[in-house]
Ligand binder design. Structure first.
Ligand SMILES: O=P(O)(O)OC[C@H]1O[C@](O)(CO)[C@@H](O)[C@@H]1O
Length: 627
């Protein structure tokens, strides 16, 4: 295997980078306390009730695949009680390996820094090894010992170039075995896997296999992905999402100002974010372009390509009626897959790929209707649809220029309308952009620096507690760092199995994995977007958030989607207790139906919260007729 010889080497930092390297991330109270009192029992590890999965209908399938790691409890890390804190505790040195398994995401380096600092605080003899070149480095046992020296150029810096990444998957039996033999050879107590949904599903698989083979290495996952799609009742957001949205929003708002200044182009902007549209939604709220199309709304309304084009053209026409011949349209990377007929075509292509049909022969093996659609598409899109698959056997979404497809079809439709006398105005003219790679290597925002560093610390505490198959997470993130809470959730608790049909009764099929969470179309962030849609379309309500602020008043601005959503997190035991208290107070046995209904709708998530995470609490619910 060839490794890039420049990875992990000291590098020259610019003035700004040097200043950033000096930034000391903030810690929540329990970790702050740990740093100061390591000689005593510095962290209290509190175990909750055992977990099942976020989709209880899949629990049987998950338990079958993960018999050793399923059902473990939620874990909370707290400041110790006064008495405990005094008691002396020995902390033996530990050996840990860390790997960038997923795609680059700003803040990733700080996870490593956080693990390192926590390990060294606990025992100076502990050793942290970084795998060079991502998962391939893990398979081939290529490591770099992390020291203060080598870390110094990577603190609070963007990219993944400290260790690099290669393939982002640990799927095959050979890969799993190679990873296990590396961990055994290096005598690792822990392996930390940094990545998104795919990497963390792989981490769960490794944890299970290691447990099954009595391998002593415990596996921990960290939610690091620009996509923001590893988001559920436990995990509020992923490391890198904040930064990427800020960088993209700045770029989009620059394009908006350029568009209104020139008054002659429609800009079609696609932003990265993979299958879910969290990045597009956040960027839309931050920069307020004229039109936004999210994959989730298209999938929900089953909009065809023709209907989407017609909607955009209606928007262009409405603006032309106000003498406006410019505009900015924002779409998500995964939009193409959300269009029903495109989804079906991509599925056919994926199956042919999986059956090892050579790329050139794929078109001739498509079904008649898929052939008709394929032939209707412009040649550049046909070529891109046929590209070899991504590591999870799906289409390479980043390489499909959906923005160009839309621009091409909108132009054709506007010309047609003009010819038919339905549109009177200037000729439609477009410019296309794909923003994604521009943001992935950005210097991380303070939020991502803090969040990643905190998660790194939590990883060490998970390993020190001897836990296997967990993900580090923190809650209460919309508040200042001193209000964050630290916890760990079994990876299996976030798993589900896909249903082929989208109908509720459909039987789950496939392997249990952690799936990307879609944008919640019932959520507050999406409601905010819809509320402003008509004003965005016609009023050129462009907003200029500017570049990331590292100092001063704009520093603590967090993603709008994170701050507006009322998130009810299962991971938070204090919140659970709080909920239960509210239920007890409002819903007394024998209370009126109206009170009961009002209480249920004001706390609709209570039932799910208690049902999934906390069987003893749930047992009380029949008392209140909440079923
Ligand atoms: O081109 P690469 O580096 O393989 O990654 C592209 C993919 O990675 C992501 O940025 C992160 O999952 C996706 O949004 C995108 O499709």
């Amino acid at each position: 295997m060839s490794m890039n010889a420049d990875l992990g080497k000291p590098r020259e930092l610019t003035g700004l980078q040097q200043r950033r390297a000096l930034y000391q991330p903030e810690l929540p109270p329990c970790l702050e306390f740990f740093n100061q009192h390591v000689q005593g029992k510095a962290i209290r590890v509190e175990f909750g009730d055992s977990t099942t999965t976020i989709d209880p209908t899949c629990a049987n399938m998950v338990v079958q695949e993960f018999p050793n790691t399923f059902g473990q409890p939620l874990v909370h890390f707290l400041k110790p009680n006064k008495m405990d804190a005094q008691a002396n505790d020995e902390h033996p040195p530990i050996r840990v390996g860390v790997v960038f398994s997923g795609r680059q995401s700003p803040g990733g380096h700080n996870v490593i820094w956080g693990i390192y600092d926590a390990m060294k605080t606990q025992n100076l003899q502990s050793v942290l090894l970084g795998f060079i070149g991502g998962t391939e480095g893990l398979f081939a046992n290529q490591t770099l010992e992390i020291t203060d020296d080598v870390l110094s150029a990577y603190r609070n810096q963007g990219g993944f170039d400290f260790l690099g990444r290669t393939v982002d998957q640990i799927h095959t039996t050979e890969q799993v075995n190679a990873a296990m033999s590396t961990c055994c050879d290096l005598d690792l107590d822990g392996l930390v896997i940094i990545g998104g949904v795919t990497s963390n599903s792989d981490a769960a698989q490794l944890a299970e296999t290691f447990a099954n083979h009595n391998c002593k290495t415990k596996v921990v996952g960290v939610p690091v992905s620009l996509n923001g799609d590893l988001k559920n009742q436990f995990v509020e957001t992923t490391v890198g999402f904040d930064t990427v949205c800020k960088v993209n929003s700045q770029l989009i708002s620059n394009v908006c100002l350029d568009a209104i200044s020139a008054g002659k182009y429609y800009h079609f902007v696609r932003v990265m974010g993979w299958k879910a549209s969290h990045v597009a939604l956040e960027c839309a709220l931050q920069s307020q372009p004229n039109m936004v199309i999210l994959g989730e709304e298209v999938a929900f309304s089953k909009l065809t390509l023709k209907e989407i084009i017609s909607k955009i053209c209606d928007g262009v026409q409405a603006r032309a009626a106000q003498e406006k011949y410019h505009g900015v349209l924002l779409i998500s990377e995964g939009l193409i897959e959300s269009i029903p007929e495109m989804f079906a075509l991509i599925q056919e292509i994926n199956i042919l790929h999986s059956n090892k049909v050579p790329e050139n022969n794929i078109p001739s093996q498509l079904s008649p209707w898929a052939t008709a659609l394929y032939n209707y598409l412009p040649p550049f899109i046909r070529r891109e649809l046929l590209l070899h698959q991504d590591s999870d056997n799906s289409a390479q979404l980043s390489q499909i220029d959906t923005e160009q497809l839309l621009a091409h079809l909108v132009e054709a439709e506007m010309n047609k309308r003009m010819k038919e006398g339905k549109y009177i105005g200037r000729k439609f003219s477009s410019v296309c952009h794909f923003f994604g790679y521009q943001a992935r290597g950005s210097l991380p925002s303070n939020f991502d620096c803090d969040y990643a560093y905190v998660l790194g610390h939590i990883c060490m505490h998970i390993l020190a507690a001897g836990l296997n198959g967990y993900m580090a997470f923190a809650t209460n993130l919309k508040e200042p760092t001193n209000k964050w809470r630290c916890a760990a959730v079994p990876l299996t608790a976030m798993m589900s199995v896909k249903r082929h049909s989208r109908s509720p009764g459909a039987v789950p099929t496939g392997k249990p994995v952690i799936h990307p969470s879609p944008v919640d179309l019932q959520g507050k962030a999406y409601a905010l977007l819809r509320e402003k849609a008509s004003s965005f379309l016609l009023d050129d309500f462009y907003r200029t958030p500017g570049g990331i602020q590292f100092d001063g008043s704009g520093t603590n601005v967090k993603p709008i989607t994170l701050t507006v959503e009322d998130q009810d997190y299962l991971g938070d035991i204090e919140l659970l207790q709080d909920y239960l208290e509210k239920v007890r107070n409002i819903v007394k046995p024998g209370c009126s139906r109206e009170i009961l209904k009002a209480a249920i709708s004001s706390m609709s998530s209570v039932k799910d919260v208690l049902k999934v995470m906390s069987a003893p609490f749930y047992a009380e619910l029949p008392l209140f007729n909440l079923n």
